[in-house]
Structures are given as structure tokens and as C-alpha cells.
Design a protein around this ligand. Sequence first.
Ligand code: GLV
Ligand code: MN
Ligand code: MN
Length: 413
Amino acid sequence: MEIKELRVNGQRLRQSLERMATIGATPAGGVHRLALSDEDKEARDLFIRWLKDLELDVTIDEMGNIFGRRGGRNNDLSPVMSGSHMDSQPSGGRFDGILGVMGTLEVLRTLHENQVMTERPIVIADWTNEEGSRFSPAMVGSGVWAGALERNWAYSRTDRNGNRFEDELIRIGYKGPAPCEKWPVHCYYEYHIEQGPILEREQKVIGAPKGIVCLHWYDVYLEGEANQVGPTPMEGRHDALCAAAEMILKVNELPERMGGNLVSTVGEIQSYPNSRNIIPDKVHFTVDIRSWDDDQAMSAWKLLREDFEAIASRRGCPIKMEETWKVEHSPFDEKLVQRILNIADQLSYSNLYMVSGAGHDASYMNQVCPTAMIFVPSIGGRSHVEVENTNWEDCEAGANTLLHAIIGSAQES
Ligand code: GLV
Ligand code: MN
Ligand code: MN
């Protein structure tokens, strides 16, 4: 068979995704597979078994990133890398991240069974803690690997129950022996669901993002004065939750104030002591700001800071703000993006040039080597929720696009 006729096995890809979806399955059809949890370990163990079935050379690094290497004709050449993540949001979907890992695995299985030998080696990657939901920030495995984040800082991050990242990594047996530092990579592909409504609205099957927006994460801590809710008059209260409520609305109004091209969200909040008859005296909440324009995102935060300070002082609630994480916007390699669009054309899949509003390990990989992504539609534009869904035919189309993108790059001398 000619290489250009090669296609993945869509049925097998579906079976791999369905099997992975049983690990951490939730009653409403989603998955709960937080980074470094028992479920994450179970998915990793299964993944490694599947890599070994293909006789790949498996490496685990000290951040728990898993790599499987398939040799090429010339093993002195840097490999083509493709992958994503297997961790999920607390009540996440069965496609986010895992599609890119299982999609790459399906590409490797297809090459294996057709005995296709490429010029360059190919490496499949599962990056640790992409979601940043249990341990913030996101994309830490790829971030440390790329040299953008410090390993020891990542190790010291804690979850809501005070568990340290490194301790959890050791507990699940995935603090590997290999140093977590970048090595030469020819190019990186990441296959993912869109997680938004554009492809479906435009009735396109394949998306090729020109890049990823910037992601800025902040943590806000407020203090108030706790007291009995009944006898304490409304005047003179220092209610930390009311201060937070005003601030949260400022976050929601921010994009309109900035003239668009920006999204800003408060997704997480903790209020203490969290009792219906005590005035809250401690609140923590998060702020997430994203834009293609880094300067605009920075100006937005400056404005927000000023608002927060004014609200905090008016309500007599001392405030502490932490700038937890920043990733600049990532414009992908234009030639690779064009290659994705051309391959989609050749395979007769309708396609669209777009932008990624979601963060991906591809952001950090873009700092290391030429990078591009392949998107497929999210039904109803829903993601990070249990009903997250993508048609099986679209999953197969994305994997075929990935197959030919990987082959094209791996044949380059
Ligand atoms: C990653 O899932 C993000 O976009 O927050
Ligand atoms: Mn993802
Ligand atoms: Mn996600």
C-alpha cells in the first residue's frame, strides 16, 4: 500500500478511548481523573502496557512525564513528538487530553502493523498535570521540561488538602529516574478537541489553530471579621465574602470594559469558616484572564487590581493578590499549521484556520520546537464537563490528519 493511502483504525481508536473512559468514570458519562490520583496511576499503567505492546522504548522523567520512543531509520536525527495529557478536570469529559494521547497511540499502532519505517524516530508523550485543577498551575509537566517552570517549585505545589505534588508523584510510583529537561525535538504535534463552538458552527471537521492565547492566573486572598450573623448589625461588618462577590462581578465585566478580545473568569472560591451563621472572615478565589494580546491582558489585570484594592479598603477587608502563573500567547509554526490544513484538504476533510482559547502543553512545546495542533469539533461547544462529546468519525478524521502530519515530518531528513 502506498503511504498516502494509509489510514488509522477508527474502531480501535474508539475502543482505546472507551477503555480509558472507564478509569475514573462518573455517573453522568464523564471522568474524574485528577493529576497524580489513583485514577491517573491506573491510566498511566495501562498506557505503558500499550506502549510496551508496540515495543516502544519507555522513559519516565522526574516530573512523571511518560515518553514512548519508536526508532527511525536514522536515530541520530531528532524525533517528531506528539502527545497530550491523561489527567482530567474534577468532573471532566472523556476526550480532553486523552484524545491526543490515544490518537498518537493509534498512529503508532497503524505504522507498526503496516511496518512503516520513518526516517526520524517518533516519540509519544503524556504530560503530567496539564489541567492544573488539583495542583495549580496547569501544564507543569511540559513547563518544567521546556525550562519555563522550576522543578522544585512544581514539586512544592499543594492541593486543597495540603498534599504536595512531589509526595503524590512518589505515592503513585511515577517519579521517574530521567531528568526533566528538554532534548532536541524536530517538531511537536498535539491533537485535541476544540473545546469551543466554532468548528461545529462553521460545519468544519478539522481545525488548525494559528496559536494559543495567553493565560494569566491570579490568586486572591481576603480577610474579614467573623461574627454571629444574628446579633451583629449590618453596619460595620467586614464580610470577606461580600467583598469577593463585588470583585467577581468586576472580573465578569472586564472584557466589555476592555473592548472585547479578552475573557476573564473566577472559577474557584473557598469561603471560611463556611457556616451559614458565621460572617465569613477568609476567602480565596482565582482569576483567569486570556487574550491573544498579552499587553491587553496585563492592562486588564492592572485595572482589576485597582478595583480590588478600592473594594477591599471600602469594606475593611485586607487583601493579598498573587500572580501565580503566566504563559504568553503562542503563535505556532506557520509551515506546520499550513501542513495540517493541506493534509486535511488532501484527505477531503473540511477545515478551518482558527485560534485556541484553551491552554495546552503545545504552548510550552512551542518554546522548544516548531509546533502545531489539530482540533476536532466539540458537540455543542461543551468541554470540561461530563457531557463533553465528539463524533467518532471526527475522532478518526483528526487521527488520520495526525498520521499524515507525523509521517510528513518524520520523513524529513
Ligand atoms: C486547560 O485545560 C485550560 O484551558 O485551562
Ligand atoms: Mn486538554
Ligand atoms: Mn482541559
